[in-house]
Write a protein that binds this ligand. Sequence first.
Ligand code: ACO
Length: 428
Amino acid sequence: MSETARMILDGQEYEFPVISGSENEKAIDISKLRGSTGYITMDPGFKNTGSTQSGITYLDGENGVLRYRGYAIEELAEKASFIEVAYLLIYGDLPNKEQLQYFNDSVTRHTIVHENMKRFFDAFPLGAHPMGMLSSMVASLSTFYPESQNPNRDITDIDLTIHRLIAKLPTLAAQAYKHNVGLPTMYPKNDLSYVGNFMHMMWGVPAEDYEVNPIVESALNKLFILHADHEQNCSTSTVRVVGSSQANLYSSVSAGVSALWGPLHGGANQAVIEMLEAIRAEGSPLQSWIDRAKDKTDSFRLMGFGHRVYKNFDPRARIIKKAADEVLGQLGVNDPVLDIAKQLEEVALNDEYFVKRGLYPNVDFYSGIIYRALGIPTDMFTVMFALGRLPGWIGQWKEMTENREPIGRPRQVYVGATERAFTSLDAR
Ligand code: ACO
């Protein structure tokens, strides 16, 4: 027998269907609520609102479980390549050899960006934030590839758009970095891996051969996988909502990049390092920072702590903490900020305020430390997150499109002035 939820409003009883997910998650389907009762629900920040039924990522925040298409994040981070995970998220299954070869070849064929885009970069001020440049560049891709604007969404056009976007994002990201620091840009080298090619465009210089360091390549591969999807988070919901108006994939993902930039979301990785650096520079005891984070009159928060969904631990943070130790050890880097981070974690995890609220290190707490050890400048950290999150945004956009989901358009409860007569300027 199918479950129902009963609601009593103004003495009248209404029934609503209950939806069950494949992992037995439950939701009350209130899509007909307003039509039958005249009421809407109120849920600022969508803390209890399901916006879709998705088959991409499963997340159990209470038990720290994260799976892409059924595969545990721990296993994927250990055994898969980022390009395989991208295929998995977008097309639903791990690719076989032929599928992987086709996908890889197609992505590799599209890595160069149009020469005219260089002029856009030239127009940005020196030192422009790479995230601002990246979101503008991704949106502008739609002007070079008008078939992406076709709302009928022919499958061949969509696949071409998807492959182009995956291919070009690392090129644009590296160009944003080169522009930011005033160095000449590098053309892609297509005999390298997806990650290796990005490294070549980031750190290579025209007069010299760039050698890909396998330790760095493997660490970036892992970081990209860990960031690749996270169900209906802020940037992904943004991509889906923008895409629901039938805006093209480039515009939708550009909006996702902008949403990711904020320090409460992907921008936290930059904010964490800035916070740890400030702690080191000031030399004040860690407890004073913890006290500030607890003080409700102070806007300071412990960056890299807390999560909307994880209330016990973030499985990605566990993997990254271990990887940070390994990578720094392999590269022979001794970063005092890693010690500060570990001590801060220790103090916070023993503090009742953090324990009571379920505030634990999230994915961004240790990722910045690895990025630093790999030689990535602080304001590129969130760009690295965007490179990793791209297949998730694309997979979610594709699912939303294929399910023909309705345009995203929440309602509100109006609390402004009631109707009043216009008064002339002299009378005000
Ligand atoms: N430091 C101090 N207190 C915190 C922190 C923190 N980092 N995070 C949450 N709290 C407190 C809040 O003040 C609130 O306390 P209260 O119940 O006494 O009012 C309680 O914990 C719950 O916090 P909310 O803000 O309601 O939780 P929400 O789910 O809305 O926010 C968020 C989650 C945005 C991640 C939040 O924990 C935060 O701001 N963290 C720091 C920024 C950060 O690291 N963001 C990255 C998230 S991971 C990602 O996006 C990839």
